[in-house]
Design a protein around this ligand. Structure first.
Ligand SMILES: NC(=O)c1ccc[n+]([C@@H]2O[C@H](COP(=O)([O-])OP(=O)(O)OC[C@H]3O[C@@H](n4cnc5c(N)ncnc54)[C@H](OP(=O)(O)O)[C@@H]3O)[C@@H](O)[C@H]2O)c1
Length: 298
């Protein structure tokens, strides 16, 4: 099968399409024929080597963790899906014709798997953040709300009955309002703009884009324990929390199930790429201004 791999850390151009043996599922895993795979900024950080312990890459690595498609084989212990069913979720090496998923949920028949290839990480992260924040009523603030995680978060939070104020570039305000958030611009003067948009106060704030706003978010909620970041690792210095998939206590499948209860849940797809254009997809992700998701269709 064709798959995107890299043999050295570096710029997106290290990505190449190679022919490899199709993967087989281990215990608790499934293999899908990939209909589409999402691109995450995590993929670009792994590829660049910025998260690596050493400069050398011992063996070629696949890329991509999000995907949706048709189950072709299930591993030992898997009894909730069968070959032929259509699922979305997260796994490894998803920029390929076939990939292993380690977390998944069955897609309703009405949902085109191509549309769901980028749901896994965004939905898991959104569910985790809302659960860790624990705000059950009132207004929450999302910093960097128009990207992949923000687009999912707005929909889950609105469905939980929360009011959402989200920051985005002005050109993306209509998009955010369409999702159900009140849109404001990020940058200097943020605290005043949020107070004007939410005179009732901010019950909790989530920093998605890591743009150095932790102090402002704490000023707005009045309590560091009601501020969580997924990308600013200095947040704990100010008493705020950092949330990562590695330390999560939530179950990704609960997040997937929650998204499927939101009527019309969808993530806008900004651009579609082929496996051959994976480097271009990584360049686009690295811009940090994706609206919704970027996907690759093998
Ligand atoms: N810790 C975790 O568990 C976890 C999980 C998932 C993702 N992440 C990380 O979280 C970050 C966001 O992920 P994502 O998938 O949502 O990324 P994304 O799709 O690339 O979206 C990034 C968003 O940030 C906004 N943005 C850019 N500059 C900004 C600024 N100065 N202030 C406020 N917002 C700004 C952009 O909005 P405009 O285009 O409107 O400017 C864009 O919509 C990434 O760094 C990712 O690696 C962490």
């Amino acid at each position: 099968m064709r798959a995107v791999q890299f043999s050295a850390y570096g710029a997106p151009e290290v990505l190449e399409v190679v022919t490899v043996e199709a993967p087989r599922p281990g215990p608790g895993e499934i293999v899908i024929e990939v209909a589409s795979a999402g691109i995450n900024q995590l993929d670009t950080k792994i590829r660049s080597g910025s998260m690596a312990q050493s400069a050398e890459l011992p063996t070629p690595l696949g890329t991509g963790v999000d995907a949706a498609g048709t189950v072709v084989e299930v591993g030992p212990g898997v009894d909730d899906v069968a070959p032929g069913e259509v699922v979305f979720g997260t796994g490894v090496g998803t920029l390929a014709e076939r990939a292993i998923l380690t977390q998944w949920a069955a897609l309703p028949e009405r949902t085109d798997p191509v549309e769901a290839g980028g749901w896994g990480v965004a939905v898991e992260t959104s569910h985790r953040l809302l659960t860790e924040l624990g705000v059950e009523r009132g207004t929450i603030l999302l910093s960097g709300a128009s990207g992949g995680v923000g687009s999912a978060l707005v929909q889950l939070a609105r469905h939980r009955g929360l009011r959402v104020v989200g920051t985005a570039s002005e050109k993306n305000h209509a998009y955010l309002e369409h999702l159900g958030a009140t849109a404001i611009t990020y940058g200097s003067g943020l605290v005043d703009r949020v107070r004007a948009a939410a005179p009732e106060g901010i019950a909790g704030a989530l920093d998605l884009s890591g743009a150095g706003v932790i102090a402002d978010l704490i000023a707005l909620t009045g309590d560091p324990s009601t501020v969580i970041s997924i990308s600013d690792f200095t947040a704990p210095r100010l008493g705020a929390k950092i949330s990562t998939g590695a330390t999560r206590t939530t179950n990704p499948r609960d997040g997937f199930a929650e998204a499927l209860t939101v009527p019309g849940f969808a993530l806008s797809i900004e651009r579609r790429f082929s496996l051959d254009n994976a480097a271009e997809a990584h360049h686009a992700a690295e811009s940090g201004h994706t609206v919704g998701k970027l996907i690759v269709i093998p």
